[in-house]
Design a protein around this ligand. Structure first.
Ligand code: NFS
Ligand code: SF4
Length: 636
């Protein structure tokens, strides 16, 4: 088994040496220890859906062709795949529900620690959802927005699409999704439906199973869209802000607190309270006060809203602890490595869990509730200040790696920037430049990090190649974090890597915005739930042009897709009509029927389709070809 280079991130790599000095296992050691990984699992040919199993199908056809119940390879592969979509949808939607419930509590006066930070967004969201706003008290509008959003978890009319789907997609796309039977009506019911139909002895028709999964993926889209939009109401809609990324943002003379996970409900309050407690940290000897840094998508959330620097993304989260200068890592939900307390045990670092449903052995648990959010934040920060006093200065190794990053490109911010070129018709300059070929198309980079390839490498190779061909680049999640960490969210990167057409457009906008330099090469749209922001831009373009999403020269790309959430996102991206490239070979290759369905068959149904290519060079070519095909379809 050849072992590829763990990471392309110099910050992360600097810490690997430290890990071996400390005798600590990292994600890459554990990856190696897992080799060779199970072939049946890799192909999706293992079923554990009942206790007659596990059953395995022989990929070569020599051994068993059916599970004990009679399920064949296609059924088994399809069932495993859609259960991942359902789990991904559940994760995003629980996040969304948590935010919607907080808004409701707020309207009832039960969440005193929160406020409406963006009333304009509240009104815009209300209008989108058909909620009256004139002459109404703000909290009445908040209550209605929360209630309508929560109806997406309650609607029992299976034929009526959920509110947030209806409010945010093109009419043609909604009709298409409805006609195919995948217009989710209720997030919970749709996800439960996938679990039910994949129980032993239920849906055995692989195509039908996959369509059930697509419906769950649309529920995922619904849940993440409401999570994003409602978060903006509570915490502000991102605007461009200059900050920094990579492990060098950790400061030797500050109380360093990393926020890791996904939900801004806690991390945003921690950022606020940190401002109030700076003196307490200084009194404890931290000359630079409290320094909050982000990891994973919670990091993205506070980065795009408040310019909080980002320490690192998913795969290298342990490396932040290995700097020896992290006093606390406070985590909420999703993509948090259970290994963190073991790594932290070699240092003074306090790992703090906060959510009742997410505890980790070895971590300290500080219960977080929206009712007493500030109290929890104060307690956490005080623990970090206490830990700072136990820090061993001799154990500190902060790599000198840090890049400037201009982030915060919400859909509103992008339209705002374009309106500097044409105040009456902001989308016109973008469309004109797509038509004249200055911009060939748009690529959204999304998704995770994965040990199966060199961390962050494919993102950079593909982005540079597409930028040279004048493709406008958007990014979210750990993909966005990768670009921030590597200095690709700067004007300098645009100067260096953008093709002439793209450079001209980004320069014109940057100048109009008073930057005196081009916009960054890759526009950071936020966390993974913020993929809905990219859809908002695409829908606005499609509506303006009078076409559907499946006709736009817009593609999506997740070169290191890993999580169940990424499976759900990739699936709705295809269902919305986008060619969607993944660089991880999905665990479905044991069924030719399922592979053909998701790479070919779906084209006719949705217009979108999956491309799979772990090689970033050829992956970029495939994305460019897909963009060209779309352009040709539009007569460009
Ligand atoms: Ni998205 Fe963000 Fe990262 Fe992947 Fe995990 S943190 S929600 S799932 S690994 S991008
Ligand atoms: Fe085996 Fe069928 Fe049970 Fe799966 S559901 S474990 S294939 S018997």
């Amino acid at each position: 088994m050849t072992y590829h280079t763990p990471s392309s991130d110099p910050g992360a790599n600097a810490m690997l040496q430290r890990a071996s000095e400390c005798g600590v296992d990292t994600v890459w050691d554990r990856y190696q220890a897992q080799q060779p990984q199970c072939g049946f699992g890799s192909l999706g040919l293992c079923c554990r859906n009942c206790w007659k199993g596990p059953c395995r199908i022989d990929p070569f056809g020599d051994g068993p062709r059916y599970g004990i119940c009679g399920a064949d390879r296609d059924t088994i592969v399809a069932r495993q795949l859609v259960r991942m979509m359902a789990a991904g949808g559940a994760a995003h939607s629980e996040h969304g529900r948590h935010i919607a419930l907080t808004l409701l509590e707020m309207a009832d006066g039960k969440a005193p620690d929160y406020q409406i930070r963006d009333e304009a967004k509240l009104m815009a969201v209300a209008a989108k959802l058909g909620i009256p706003t004139t002459d109404r008290a703000v909290m009445d509008v908040v209550r209605d927005v929360a209630r309508i959003s929560l109806e997406d978890f309650q609607n029992q009319d299976a034929d009526t699409g959920a509110h947030w789907l209806q409010a945010t997609l093109t009419q043609r796309r909604l009709k298409r999704l409805h006609d195919v039977g995948v217009l989710a009506h209720n997030i919970d019911a749709t996800i439960a439906g996938v679990l039910a139909r994949t129980h032993v002895g239920c849906d055995a028709d692989a195509t039908n199973v996959v369509l059930g999964g697509v419906r769950a993926a649309m529920a995922d889209y619904d849940g993440m869209t409401l999570a994003t939009e409602l978060s903006d109401i509570l915490f502000g809609t991102p605007k461009p802000v200059v900050t920094a990324a990579n492990l060098g943002v950790i400061k030797p003379s500050a109380v360093n607190i990393a926020v890791n996970g996904h939900n801004p409900l806690l991390s945003d309050v921690v950022c606020d309270i940190a401002l109030e407690m700076q003196d307490e940290a200084r009194a404890a000897g931290a000359k630079d006060g409290i320094n909050i840094v982000g990891i994973c998508c919670t990091g993205n959330e506070v980065m795009v809203r408040h310019g909080i620097p980002l320490a690192t993304n998913y795969l290298s989260q342990e490396m932040a602890v290995l700097t020896g200068a992290l006093d606390a890592m406070v985590v909420d939900v999703q993509c948090i490595m259970p290994s963190l307390p073991r790594v932290a045990a070699c240092f003074h670092t306090q790992v703090i869990t906060t959510m009742a449903e997410n505890k980790i052995p070895g971590a300290v648990h500080v219960p977080f509730t929206t009712e007493h959010a500030k109290d929890a934040a104060r307690k956490i920060i005080r623990m970090a200040i206490g830990a700072f006093g136990r820090r061993d200065p001799k154990a500190v190794r902060i790599p000198d790696v840090k890049h400037t990053a201009i982030v915060g490109f919400s859909a509103e911010a992008i339209v705002g920037a374009l309106s500097l070129l044409d105040a009456d018709d902001p989308l016109k300059p973008l469309i004109d430049n797509v038509v004249n070929g200055n911009i060939k198309g748009v690529c959204l980079f999304a998704g995770c990090n994965n040990t199966q390839s060199t961390q962050d490498q494919s993102f950079q190779v593909i982005a540079k190649k597409l930028a040279a061909q004048n493709v406008l680049l958007l990014a979210t999640g750990c993909g966005a974090a990768c670009f921030a960490k590597h200095g690709l969210m700067t004007s300098e990167a645009t100067e260096k890597y953008a093709g002439p057409g793209l450079k001209a457009v980004l320069t014109a906008i940057g100048k109009a915005a008073g930057l005196g330099a081009p916009l960054p090469l890759v526009l950071h749209m936020g966390s993974c739930v913020d993929n809905s922001r990219a859809v908002a831009v695409a829908v606005a373009l499609a509506n303006k042009l009078g076409v559907d999403l499946s006709e736009l020269p817009v593609v999506a790309c997740a070169p290191e897709a890993m999580s169940e959430k990424a499976v759900a996102i990739g699936t709705w991206s295809v269902a919305l009509g986008l060619p969607t490239l993944i660089g991880t070979v999905p665990q479905i290759t044991g069924s030719k029927a399922v592979v053909d369905l998701v790479t070919e068959g779906v084209k006719e149904v949705f217009g979108g389709y999956f491309l799979v290519d772990p090689n970033p060079e050829t992956a970029a070519d495939k994305l460019l070809a897909a963009i060209e095909e779309r352009r040709a379809g539009l007569g460009l």
